[in-house]
Ligand binder design. Structure first.
Ligand code: PLP
Length: 343
């Protein structure tokens, strides 16, 4: 197999120290025949999975623009806010979080981590009533800071946007490296979707890297926090941005399919079955998965993959999350574990 890498003009936008290689391995349980895991959770100890790939192009972009203050938007349980707060701090950029008012008054999980990372003056709580207008409120606040001489930049929820897309193109590049290293091809790749940016980067990157071979690949997207039409709209938008910045000569397409979560399908919702599944996955595979994204993603993807039975072609499951994601649910998980103590 010949080596397929991103072109140097895209590479130049990405910090390779952040978008590091990660490994793949199969699940050692016969009921998951030929289901492999891409260990994006190992990119960082404190940042949820593939987020680091977005930051790998976003941070260099902010530094080039000499930004000193970054406005960021999200809910109290956002993995993105916790991850960004760490990297902005590391780079001497001041974070300013526009945080949706919490339904849960207790500081736990990501809300606790965020409170640990941000001083009170770096957080502005936006009431649920005003949340629809959060972008307007944030822009206004940043404009005021700019009048006082700051160079400020507002990031959308989940860092959705072109500067973060470029870093996500390193995921397909690294998957093709894994394929060369283990002499294995993955015709089907399962990925989860919040804003969809990581899945979009996977699709657009595969098309860039594989050209006309793209049609042999299928990307299956689990819609955790987005709709099919919303995803396709964003895919078209990012494709247009990428083609404008880095023109292509071929028109290649991967096949795309969508899955709805089976367990607690509504984004952010939880259930006993979800925590029981979290326990089952840990005991069967050794993977500690966050219930918000990865457990729902795994339940949907494994069921889809297993439909093909023991003769299934190798599929790759992108584990985008992190064990840190269980922090907010310790009491619920304790229940799931205790109930089965006798077996
Ligand atoms: C943020 C996050 C996602 C969503 O990534 P998008 O690029 O916004 O779709 C998926 N899984 C986990 C665990 C995440 O933390």
């Amino acid at each position: 197999m010949n080596v397929k890498e991103l072109p140097p003009e895209i590479r130049a936008e990405i910090d390779p120290e952040l978008a590091k290689p990660t490994r793949v391995h199969p699940i050692a349980r016969s009921q998951y025949a030929n289901l492999w895991i891409k260990r994006e959770d190992e990119l960082s100890s404190g940042i949820s999975g593939g987020k680091l790939r977005k930051y790998a192009s976003l941070i260099p972009y902010l530094k080039r623009q000499q930004i000193d203050t970054v406005g960021m938007i999200g809910g109290p349980n956002s993995n993105n806010l916790v991850g960004l707060a760490q990297l902005l701090r590391e780079n001497g950029i001041s974070p300013l979080a526009f945080l949706r008012e919490a339904a849960d008054p207790q500081l736990r999980g990501n809300a606790l981590l965020l409170a640990l990372l941000l001083a009170p003056h770096e957080t502005e709580t936006i009431s649920r009533r005003s949340w629809d207008n959060v972008e307007g409120l944030a822009r206004q606040r940043l404009q005021n800071l700019e009048k006082q001489g700051s160079r400020a930049h507002l990031l959308l929820e989940g860092c959705y946007g072109f500067p973060a897309l470029l870093g996500t193109l390193t995921l397909p590049e690294d998957i093709l490296r894994n394929e060369r290293d283990c002499q294995q091809t993955f015709p089907r790749i399962y990925i989860d979707c919040g804003t969809g940016l990581s899945a979009i980067g996977l699709i657009l990157g595969l098309e860039r890297l594989l050209g006309s071979d793209s049609s042999n690949r299928e990307v299956v997207v689990t819609l955790i926090a987005e709709t099919e039409s919303g995803f396709l709209e964003k895919l078209a938008e990012m494709r247009a941005c990428l083609e404008k910045a880095y023109p292509v000569t071929h028109d290649s397409r991967v096949n795309i399919r969508f899955l709805q979560p089976i367990l607690s399908p509504k984004f952010g919702s939880i259930s006993k079955a979800l925590f029981d599944e979290c326990r089952t996955i840990a005991r069967e595979t050794g993977l500690i998965m966050d219930p918000t994204y990865s457990v729902k993603h795994f339940a949907a993807a494994a069921a889809d993959h297993n439909k093909d039975g023991q003769s299934a072609a190798p599929s790759l499951f992108v584990f985008n999350g992190s064990a840190l994601g269980i922090c907010g649910f310790q009491d619920k998980l304790a229940n799931s574990v205790n109930l089965l103590e006798s077996d």
